[in-house]
Design a protein around this ligand. Structure first.
Ligand code: ZN
Length: 126
């Protein structure tokens, strides 16, 4: 059975979407991806490197290192919530709607990780 490209509802073999709304949302998603993909990849790259670099720096200068790591987590997390661009394989596997949801949840987790780093640093300092 074929599934709607957006919400994964079962549809007939000849359709791509179950309804106009799903088609519209998919189109909007692709327009957003096109418009912001550069920004997304730049921020993504900086933050993904920023987290380990920050943690590494923390062994020399805890204040600087932890700030870098935490900021990277928070920025990356916020971006994933506002610009949830899941990978192609995620979209193929889960269809767009669920893949976007997973990206947002992941973004929330990344922010949580940032908070955790600050929390741990605070506890370890005592
Ligand atoms: Zn649908």
């Amino acid at each position: 059975m074929k599934k709607c490209d957006y919400c994964a509802k079962e549809i007939s073999y000849y359709d791509q979407y179950c309804c106009k709304e799903c088609e519209r949302l998919t189109l909007e998603y692709h327009q957003r991806t096109e418009r912001f993909s550069k920004l997304f990849y730049i921020v993504n790259t900086i933050c993904v490197f920023g987290i380990p670099v920050g943690l590494f720096l923390a062994s020399f200068s805890p204040a600087v290192g932890l700030t870098v790591a935490t900021l990277s987590c928070v920025v990356l997390g916020l971006m994933l919530i506002f610009l949830p661009f899941p990978t192609e394989s995620m979209i193929r596997k889960h269809k767009l709607q669920k893949a976007i949801k997973i990206s947002r949840i992941f973004g929330g987790c990344v922010i949580g990780l940032g908070v955790l780093i600050v929390g741990l640093a605070f506890i370890l300092k005592k």
